[in-house]
Design a protein around this ligand. Structure first.
Ligand code: ME8
Length: 513
């Protein structure tokens, strides 16, 4: 059976410039996609932009542009984010593309055909910022305004609307959660969703008539589709839906949607209900991660503390930024971005720990072992111990990443680097050299090359450029830079010439103000 893996980011609203929150979600997906490709999977990694709806319509008007011209411009910023952050997405979808119209219209018609949609009138609250309908019971009165749990202000809406029979799917949804324990992660989020669904579902308004920036409802042109029905469908548009062969057949059953906790309800309640109602299988998993604040404060334009990914990359380096984001916070929890923490992490783990290991090993080989991969002699217990840890590390990292535990995966890698540093201290190749124990010295250096190779391979998904430099430093051929070559299969070849070492992980020195 071929191994397939489909991973998606939310498609981002084009009312905003990309910030570290957007970069975070897509980075998590990028690491999973890269890991799975190295592990021999057929991978599809999708990101893109959500371009319809009232929020984008208003942002376009505020910018004095037509919605189409506005979305063409702002969507480009999200495309650029992918190159700024070195994301390896296989596709970038925009909801204004013809392929998407075709898919959404098809899904709509399918729902109509199955009597899952009916015409009525909506009278209730709507938050443009969330593009979400709220029940009176969910709102708080603040200074005469109705405020949603997200903090968004709501407005009263009364209009003719098509409704999706969401209430009918309550039991089927609960059964789906029950039968698929990992379909919503982490488990605290799963519990939240289950209690929301158990508390009762109302039918969902799925069309609007008071503005026209959206996909027209087939056969009822004064209605446009609710932006979330439109947006969620992107995940199957990109697989060629309504064509059910090819990618829909192979990849859809493996779909993991990575989202922030703010949009869990749409992904874990509405989306599976739409799919089941159209007789399509729900996604394999929705993972809702936590929220970044900046130096303890909510990120917001009015506070002027929004951090652009480009700024972090320019200040700290691309791989340093990628490393920090997934290392710092247990994935799923909220996290705080602080410059001091960023510098501390980068210096202690990348420069001191990994950088030192590389520098010490590679300079020593260069000066004292003929600048080639050394020939090992008989292995001793300590060597075997480190080799066993190397062999185990990939399994541990794989298990963690299959549960989206990025921080634990990185901890495992840092743990291996620690062990290699302890090994070089205890085996002291410099003393072996002094005592003329050359066979033993070469064995130790060979084991260290193997540790560096393992670390380089394991770090490829997280910090691809630096990891490639690590592998360059011990002359690992291009075709051996995958997990099939991890361990004995791709062992370093003694006698291979090694280039003079160049520092890969510079220390970050704060410039004096
Ligand atoms: O909700 N911390 O788009 P959006 C962590 N178009 N993640 C953050 C973040 C923060 N401070 N701020 C944003 C939408 N994010 C819809 C999605 S999908 C079919 C439609 C990330 O532009 C996080 O992933 O508002 C969050 O869910 C997403 O950006 C919201 O992006």
């Amino acid at each position: 059976m071929s191994k397939n893996f489909y991973i998606t980011t939310p498609i981002y609203y084009v009312n905003d410039v990309p910030h570290i929150g957007h970069a975070y979600t897509t980075l998590a997906c990028d690491v999973l996609a890269r890991f799975k490709r190295l592990d021999g999977f057929n991978v599809k990694f999708l990101t893109g932009t959500d371009e319809h709806g009232q929020k984008v319509d208003k942002a376009a008007a505020a910018a004095g542009m037509s919605p189409q011209a506005f979305t063409d411009k702002v969507s480009q910023n999200f495309r650029e984010l992918c190159s700024v952050m070195n994301f390896s997405n296989d596709d970038f979808i925009r909801t204004t593309e013809p392929r998407h119209y075709k898919a959404v219209e098809n899904l709509w018609n399918e729902l109509v055909k199955r009597d899952e949609i009916y015409l009525d009138k909506y009278a209730g609250w709507y938050a443009v910022r969330d593009e979400a309908f709220y029940g009176e019971d969910e709102l708080q009165d603040v200074d005469g305004k109705k405020i949603a749990p997200s903090g968004a202000e709501c407005e009263w809406v009364e209009e003719e609307s098509y409704f999706f029979r969401l209430s009918k799917w309550q039991d089927r949804l609960l059964k789906y959660y029950d039968e698929n324990p990992d379909c919503i992660m982490p488990s605290s989020r799963r519990n939240e969703v289950i209690s929301f669904v158990k508390s009762g579902l109302r039918d969902l308004s799925v069309s609007r008539t008071t503005f026209n920036w959206g996909v027209p409802v087939p056969g009822a042109d004064k209605h446009i589709m609710y932006v979330w029905l439109d947006a969620l469908t992107n995940y199957i548009t990109a697989l060629g839906y309504p064509n059910m062969d090819g990618e829909m057949k192979d990849l859809w059953p493996t779909a993991i949607h990575m989202v922030g906790k703010d949009i869990l309800r749409f992904h874990a309640v509405y989306w599976p209900a739409f799919l089941m109602a159209a007789d399509l299988p729900p996604p394999a998993r929705v993972f809702a991660h936590g929220w970044w604040t900046i130096e303890g404060q909510k990120m917001s334009k009015s506070l002027g503390n929004v951090i652009a990914p480009q700024y972090l990359v320019d200040t700290y380096g691309l791989d340093q930024t990628r490393y920090f984001m997934l290392r710092e916070v247990p994935f799923g929890n909220d996290g705080d971005f602080s410059h001091a923490q960023m510098i501390a992490r980068v210096n202690s783990e990348l420069s001191n720990n990994l950088g030192n290991l590389l520098q010490r090993t590679l300079s020593f080989i260069q000066k004292n072992a003929g600048a080639t991969v050394p020939h090992p002699a008989q292995l001793q217990a300590n060597d075997q111990l480190l080799m066993t840890q190397i062999d185990m590390a990939i399994r541990t990292v794989r298990d963690h990443l299959d549960k989206q535990e990025f921080h634990k995966a990185i901890e495992t890698i840092v743990g291996l680097s620690n062990s290699a540093n302890s090994y070089i201290d205890s085996e002291a190749p410099w003393t072996l050299k002094k005592n003329n124990e050359i066979d033993r010295m070469n064995t130790v250096l060979f084991i260290l090359c193997e540790a560096i190779r393992a670390l380089g391979l394991l770090l490829l998904p997280f910090i691809p450029d630096s990891a490639h430099k690590m592998l360059d430093a011990i002359a690992v051929p291009e075709n051996q830079r995958n997990f099939a070559a991890y361990g004995r299969a791709g062992e370093c070849k003694p006698g291979t010439p090694l280039p003079p070492p160049a520092p890969i992980f510079p220390r970050f020195e704060e410039k004096a103000a």
